[in-house]
Design a protein around this ligand. Sequence first.
Ligand code: CTP
Ligand code: C5P
Length: 363
Amino acid sequence: MSKKDDQKSTQVWVDGCFDMVHFGHANAIRQAKQMGNYLIVGVHSDDEIAKHKGPPVFSEKERYKMVRAIKWVDEVVEDAPYVTTLEFLDKFNCDFCVHGDDITTTADGTDTYHLVKNAGRYKECRRTEGVSTTDIVGRMLLMTRTHHLGPEKINKDTVGAISQDHSTRSPWTGVSQFLPTTKKIIQFAEGKEPSPGDRIVYVAGAFDLFHVGHCDFLEKAAAEGDFVIVGLHTDQDVNHYKGANNPIMNLHERVLSVLACRYVSEVVIGAPYSVTADLMDHFKVDLVCHGKTPVMPDEDGSDPYAEPKRRHKFKILDSANDLTTQSIVERIIRNRLDYEARNKKKNEKELNIIKQLKNHKIA
Ligand code: CTP
Ligand code: C5P
């Protein structure tokens, strides 16, 4: 199992809950992959998460699939133990374990990585600031729109209203603003060009709260050709057709989540809502696809897929998955009290660890 073919190759282990997978998780996985040649990701079961953290938002089946779709993952180990053991590292031939530079504890407050740390088989990667499940759940529950705005505006007007003040907020999972940079996009993107003769598939959408329904759809789209281009609609367009505080994740955040998916070759950052002749010619698109979800007309009432249909280059794909961004929001709202309690507990636990670390430094 997971045998190293070459004794000189480095096999890396990462584990986690990966509940509501976001680009922060993908970035940890990306960094871990860079530390070796082969990356194994251990994902905890629902029971294990419920025991230590509270109920997960996504089922283990959904979480296993989401992690498998991240392009830097070579293998997923299901039902990995919450406390990482040396037995597991050895069983899967992993040299060491990687985790972000925050501290995770079990229900009784033990560091989940104490065994691998003591054995010198633990390395850290940099946690991605400004994104966490707690923050994303907060955006859904509070129905805020601040994530559509730039960081300057957020700091001035609204952070106080949507979160606690700095002294009561964990710097690890508390709300803060992600600062998108070109470096991050370069790190996530393949930068690949299609090869001559490649069949180009184009899909467009919001791809908000990038989820397992999107993964299933993109897997089907990838099977239709060789090079999948995803056109991401602007925040204004998504807000126009979805209303309320949508999109939950802004365009920069959605770009990273989609780029991390193994079925995607390229992303158009802010694609026109209607698939135009110009766009199809520019990218030499052979086929445009949409899933079975309803297609909203463009502002003037026209069909956004009229051009590919006219060219007989349009196909509806069945993702065989009925999960939608809206159903995720509804799931969260239904379980609001549980998630709020879970987030509060996590925040308090982290503040406590930070206090202990500070006391330890002073002493
Ligand atoms: N991680 C990260 N950056 C983030 C969030 C998570 O680097 N913004 C890393 C964690 O440090 C860990 C891995 O992703 O190494 C998987 O962690 P998991 O247990 O799923 O995540 P949490 O730390 O609980 O993340 P969140 O609060 O977002 O659920
Ligand atoms: O709704 P959104 O714009 O994010 O959808 C992007 C694409 O993914 C659309 O083509 C949609 O039909 C497809 N999709 C799917 N199955 C799902 C969710 C979305 O095929 N469960």
